[in-house]
Design a protein around this ligand. Structure first.
Ligand code: NAD
Length: 299
């Protein structure tokens, strides 16, 4: 059994949905858990301490250790401070809190855009930034970002949400690189689960297959001290887990490139017959230069 004895875990948005099951399971496996939840509506209105309190009560009733926090993730430093005040450290951060403001792009208001930015992108930044140097000091940290298929692939009506969910992939990729020497890993998940965010868009028979509990094993595995996986993206749901990566075609090179040559050779730009999979910006650039130099020496 993967145990988390005395590890200090923050789960944001842990008052319901997927976050609640993370909090319960980490506590069951010996962790001390900060159960954060603002307790508002799924579109980001209102606030209440009830959601976080209920989950803390559940954990305590099962013999676990947990404290509630009711701040918005926009004030991430206060949530990290709750962990430090109560448990003296922060080992694992699950950036999970989320809301929706779905609207087609032509009807998008600045408020719809900004609110989604503040909760998803800024919230995960604020928590991660506040936890980062404490993790560095202890040479241990495990961070999870929660993205979405809407970000990885796009989804009608979710330009705000999809943008911020993809921003988290960028943040995760860089934190994975900066955390390497200090045993801090950062991975991103794109879950699919029945919750108040999905209950109105999927039929009950599909929702039955998508219990939030199915998301938990991947997150437990990625956050365990023995796991070194970092900088990866996973799709997860219904008992299925899969890794996602960017694929780059071998491409087309011409020293005297023109729009017309590109038109004639578009098939080569698009062909994935001989792909590469850069895992950092420097690998990306060195790969391009190597391809260019190879082609140049052939001609
Ligand atoms: P949920 O609404 O059940 O849970 C989200 C929780 O976050 C709620 O309890 C809410 O009160 C809390 N929250 C919202 N804004 C907050 C804030 N500013 N500060 C603190 N807490 C806040 O939804 P869920 O489906 O469990 O979603 C969890 C995460 O997974 C979200 O980031 C969501 O975008 C993401 N996600 C979910 C699905 C899915 O299929 N359910 C798909 C892709 C991504």
């Amino acid at each position: 059994m993967l145990m988390f004895k005395d590890r200090v875990v923050i789960v944001t948005g842990a008052g319901g949905g997927i976050g609640r099951v993370y909090a319960l399971e980490f506590a069951k496996r010996g962790a001390k858990v900060v159960v954060n939840d603002l307790g508002g509506s799924h579109t980001g209105q209102g606030a209440s301490s009830k959601a976080a309190d209920k989950v803390v009560d559940e954990i305590k009733a099962a013999g676990g250790v947990a404290v509630p926090n009711y701040d918005s993730v926009e004030d991430g430093e206060k949530i990290v401070q709750t962990a430090l005040d109560n448990f003296g450290r922060i080992d694992i951060l699950i950036n999970n809190a989320g809301i929706l403001r779905d609207v087609s792009f032509g009807k998008m208001s600045d408020n719809d855009w900004d609110l989604i930015y503040r909760v998803h992108a800024k919230g995960a930044y604020k928590l991660s930034r506040a936890a980062w140097n404490h993790m560095r000091e202890k040479s241990f940290g495990r961070i999870i970002m929660t993205s979405s298929a809407a970000g990885l692939y796009g989804n009608f009506g979710q330009s705000n949400y999809g943008s911020m969910k993809m921003a988290l992939v960028g943040l995760s990729n860089t934190l994975a690189q900066e955390g390497k020497t200090k045993n801090i890993t950062c991975n991103t998940i794109a879950p699919i689960a029945a919750s108040r965010l999905t209950e109105s868009v999927m039929p009950p028979e599909i929702l039955d297959q998508l219990k939030p509990d199915y998301i938990v094993p991947l997150v437990l595995y990625l956050c365990h001290e023995d796991t070194t996986e970092s900088g990866s993206v996973f799709e997860v749901g219904a008992g299925w887990v899969s890794k996602v990566r960017l694929e780059r075609s071998a491409g087309f090179y011409d020293k005297n490139l023109s729009a017309e040559k590109l038109k004639d050779n578009w098939g080569k730009v698009e062909s994935f017959d001989n792909p590469s999979y850069p895992t950092s910006a420097s690998e990306s650039v060195s790969g391009i230069l190597a391809a260019v130099n190879n082609k140049a020496s052939e001609t």
